[in-house]
Ligand binder design. Structure first.
Ligand SMILES: NC(=O)c1ccc[n+]([C@@H]2O[C@H](COP(=O)([O-])OP(=O)(O)OC[C@H]3O[C@@H](n4cnc5c(N)ncnc54)[C@H](OP(=O)(O)O)[C@@H]3O)[C@@H](O)[C@H]2O)c1
Length: 406
């Protein structure tokens, strides 16, 4: 099959790291299915995979016993089930599916003892920590990763939303009692990004009040069209980065002035002096100090990434005196994936497909993301799906492969 492959000797700029190669089609094992990939979503995790940093994904897998010296990324897929392994129930050859990019060992002890599988010590990310992701004509996934493709979506739309949508859904509704409720103000970093565009709509669905943070008015207007009450342009402030030493009064006073000004901008957008009940974080080191400061008393900062760095400095006084919660959140459960897919299938949430590229543009798509130059929303690449007339993007093959007998 054709696959867009990353090799350790090409780690570096995403545009150079991916290259189309011909590799063997993987075989589905027990409980697994082989999917003929129609389209694949583009996510930040394969920016990290291409850089080889913070994780050398190939070396990490080889340490676990894998023999392959390459990485096929892609954590979001839409496609058609081509073959099923032993003991697969609920998914059949010919089914049109979307994939949740999380894997776990269903027989792991913590799962057998009742843990949410996506918190299991056996949990890994498909198409990142695991090989044979969706940037190839075929991919192998565990059967429980498959969800019915919403019929109203194109292949590209179906491929673009799961990793961001399900992750945002868990962040907003998965951490009881800090779930978004009607009337709750919610601050959303990167409102026009993949997580952000889904979060804005999900908060609206729950009756909350989403306020986006962006780096341009154009992105801000996009967020407002999606349902944000308004936006704050982060370029109007300059207190970003790590928190100063809290013993340095002058530096702390300067930092606090910046954080307070940002807070006033939030109030202005909201139209009232209330703090965000939930802050949806993923930008990391540059923004966590502000998130922790601004979050309401007894509110929650929920974080799933660290795009700008992993040092999340917290002035502990804000944490304990105001009894706030700093919650890590990673990927999503099968239930959360199904629920966000249902909202999208019903047309209540848009998958926000902004750009569909061809198979040969996988490196370019990740470079755009790395440089924060991608358009607002989610991106997808065509693999076996035919291009929409006039859309420009080219699939890997011009013919749609169908499983025999479907
Ligand atoms: N753990 C998980 O399960 C999971 C799942 C999905 C994503 N993630 C992580 O979450 C992060 C974002 O993913 P995404 O798909 O939403 O990416 P994305 O589409 O690139 O959006 C990220 C947004 O962050 C904003 N941003 C960039 N630099 C920033 C800075 N210095 N300060 C504040 N905001 C900044 C950008 O918006 P503006 O420039 O307009 O502000 C950008 O639109 C990545 O690190 C990814 O790995 C984790």
């Amino acid at each position: 099959m054709y696959a867009s492959v990353i090799r350790p000797e090409r780690y570096g700029r995403p545009v150079d790291a991916f290259r189309t190669e011909v590799v063997d089609v993987p075989t589905p094992g027990r409980g697994q299915v082989l999917i003929n990939v129609m389209a694949a979503g583009v996510n930040y995790n394969n920016v990290w995979a291409a850089l080889g940093d913070p994780l050398d994904v190939v070396a990490a897998r080889r340490k676990r016993g894998a023999v392959e010296d390459f990485h096929i990324g892609g954590s979001d897929a839409s496609g058609i089930v081509w073959a099923v392994g032993e003991d697969v129930r609920g998914v059949a050859v010919g089914d049109e599916v979307v994939v949740l990019g999380v894997m776990w060992d269903e027989s792991a002890e913590d799962i057998r003892l009742g843990a949410d599988p996506c918190t299991s010590s056996s949990q890994t990310v498909y198409g990142y920590e695991e090989n044979y992701g969706s940037f190839a004509q075929f991919t192998v996934v565990d059967a429980y990763q498959c969800h019915p493709k919403p019929a109203r979506l194109s292949w590209a739309e179906a491929a673009c939303y799961m990793a961001t949508g399900a992750t945002a859904y868990r962040q907003l509704f998965g951490w009881h009692p800090h779930t978004v409720r009607p009337g709750d103000p919610v601050l959303i970093w990167g409102g026009a990004g993949g997580l952000g565009c889904m979060a804005i709509q999900l908060v609206r669905q729950a009756g909350g009040i989403p306020v986006a943070v962006v780096s341009s008015d154009e992105r801000g207007e996009y967020c407002v069209r999606l349902g944000a009450k308004g936006y704050v342009n982060r370029n109007d402030f300059d207190h970003w980065g790590r928190l100063p030493d809290t013993a340095d009064d002058r530096a702390m006073a300067r930092w606090l002035a910046g954080a307070r000004a940002f807070g006033r901008a939030f109030w202005e957008v909201l139209g009232e002096r209330r703090a965000p009940k939930v802050v949806l974080e993923h930008s990391g080191a540059a923004t966590v100090p502000t998130s922790m400061y601004l979050c309401d008393s007894a509110g929650m900062v929920v974080i799933c990434g660290g795009t700008t760095g992993y040092n999340g400095d917290v002035d502990l006084r804000f944490l304990w005196m105001r009894q706030k919660r700093l919650q890590g959140s990673h990927v999503a459960s099968a239930r959360e994936a199904r629920e966000v897919t249902t909202l999208i299938g019903q047309g209540l949430v848009d998958p926000c497909l902004s750009l569909t590229l061809g198979f040969e543009d996988i490196g370019t798509a990740h470079q755009l993301m790395h440089d924060n130059e991608h358009p607002a929303g989610n991106m997808a690449v065509l693999v076996n799906a035919p291009a929409q007339p006039g859309a420009g993007a080219q699939p890997r093959t011009t013919e749609v492969l169908r499983p025999t007998g479907s």
